[in-house]
Ligand binder design. Structure first.
Ligand code: PLP
Length: 405
């Protein structure tokens, strides 16, 4: 079996449009993925037929909205193999999920405690811990990477200590495409008694995420990276850990009993979800994971690897391309520099030819500094991309090279 890519593409209306008279080649999937019709329909249907607030109203619309909203939680819980549905906390995305954990951690840490991150972090998984350490007096340690973009596992081992309270790392690097050995890293961190947070922003759409098998305490991800709307995501956490994690926002829905001078908190998941949530977004995320989950994950991965292999091969034969991130285990992300030109200029010329890529620091300034580069051009692939589109990327790059020479 293999993916029927043309049938998949047909489900994404945005992909049939033209840019400057040229068919769109969308290769910015690590920034955000496009949405299949089934997700768009779920949003339209929600607002057309059952818009109401959840958990509150004693009326039909509210009941139906609540049913769809909680069904979405079940679908996400099943998709990541959560042990309990209450372990799935709706957030606005990975950034908010990480911030919830960091806000709680500040109350648990003090001088002498340590937090570990890696050199390949997105700002969301670096600045958040950096600030949490500043607020708590803990020490932030940064695990180095090798020049090819793989994590230095020996350094990881030597930086871990009994003082390490939390270790945070990306499942997959957004800038380099590196897939980290998250089970191995988690096991090592758990052996010293640390909490483990996996930044799953780039991992969620690239393979089977089984949070119980990974063994981490927290897995954070965004809906928009997995064919769902923006503004919705989830923090998954082990029930026992989340249940005693300090609340972060206070207000409606998260309380048990309120007096003028004191309050008590409700049960999970509500205690970490204050206020009216992004109901339509959550429903859209539930539909997206169900839709994506029905695809054969081996087919998904082999298609993505075929796209990556074609891109990396063509890049290696292309005089003037320097690849950034050549780890042995990568997802469909190719970061590169075109010799003698700025990534922004490359991106601009590609855009004129209908090819959409990301350029810049990839929200990873310290990583760019570590690699001694100002930023990269980045093509990132998804299930609906084709080998012909990879060829179009390289046609466009040849043109860019000529124009920028
Ligand atoms: C590795 C990684 N972490 C965190 C984030 C932040 O995700 P969001 O902006 O959806 O909160 C991103 C977004 O690109 C990412 O790639």
């Amino acid at each position: 079996m293999s993916l029927d890519v043309m049938a998949l593409r047909a489900q994404f209306p945005i992909l049939s449009q033209q840019v400057d008279g040229k068919p769109l080649v969308y290769l910015d999937n690590a920034a955000t993925t496009q949405k299949p019709q089934v997700v768009i329909d779920a949003l339209v249907d929600f607002y057309t037929n059952c818009n109401a607030n959840v958990h509150r109203g004693a009326h039909h619309l509210s009941d139906e909205a609540t049913r769809r909203y909680e069904l979405a939680r079940d679908r996400v819980a099943q998709f990541i193999n959560a042990n309990r549905r209450e372990e799935v906390i709706w957030t606005s995305g990975t950034t908010e999920s990480i911030n919830i954990v960091a806000n709680g951690l500040v109350q648990k840490l003090g001088t002498g405690d340590e937090v570990m991150v890696t050199e390949m972090e997105h700002h969301a998984n670096l600045v958040t811990w950096q600030q949490a350490c500043k607020r708590s007096g803990a020490l932030l340690k940064v695990v180095p990477i090798h020049d090819n973009g793989e994590l230095d596992l020996a350094a990881f081992d030597s930086l871990l200590s009994p003082r390490t309270r939390l270790v945070a790392f990306p499942h997959v690097s957004n800038a380099l495409g590196t897939v980290n050995p998250i089970r191995q890293l988690t096991a090592k961190a758990k052996a010293v008694g640390a909490w483990v947070l996996v930044d799953g922003a780039q991992g969620i759409a690239h393979g089977d995420v089984d949070v119980q098998e990974i063994g981490c305490d927290f897995y954070a991800f965004s809906g928009h990276k997995i064919f769902a709307p923006t503004g919705i995501g989830a923090l998954w956490g082990k029930f026992a850990v989340l249940d005693e994690w300090p609340v972060w926002q206070t207000g409606g829905e998260m309380i048990a009993d309120v007096e003028y001078l004191s309050s008590t908190w409700g049960q999970l998941p509500n205690r970490l979800e204050a206020g009216t949530p992004h109901i339509a977004g959550a429903i859209g995320l539930g539909v997206a994971v169900q839709w994506f989950g029905q695809l054969n994950s081996a087919d998904v991965q082999s298609h993505e690897q075929a796209l990556l292999a074609s891109a990396m091969e063509q890049a290696q034969c292309f005089d003037g391309i320097r690849l950034i991130g050549t780890a042995a285990k990568k997802v469909g992300v190719m970061s590169f520099l075109l010799e003698g030109s700025h990534p922004a200029d490359v991106g601009f010329i590609l855009d004129r030819q209908g090819v959409a890529i990301r350029t810049g620091d990839n929200c990873a300034q310290p990583l760019m500094k570590r690699l001694g580069i100002p930023g990269t051009a980045r093509a990132s692939f998804s299930i609906y991309n084709t080998l012909e589109e990879v060829d179009r990327l390289f046609d466009a790059l040849r043109k860019a090279k000529m124009m920028l020479a």
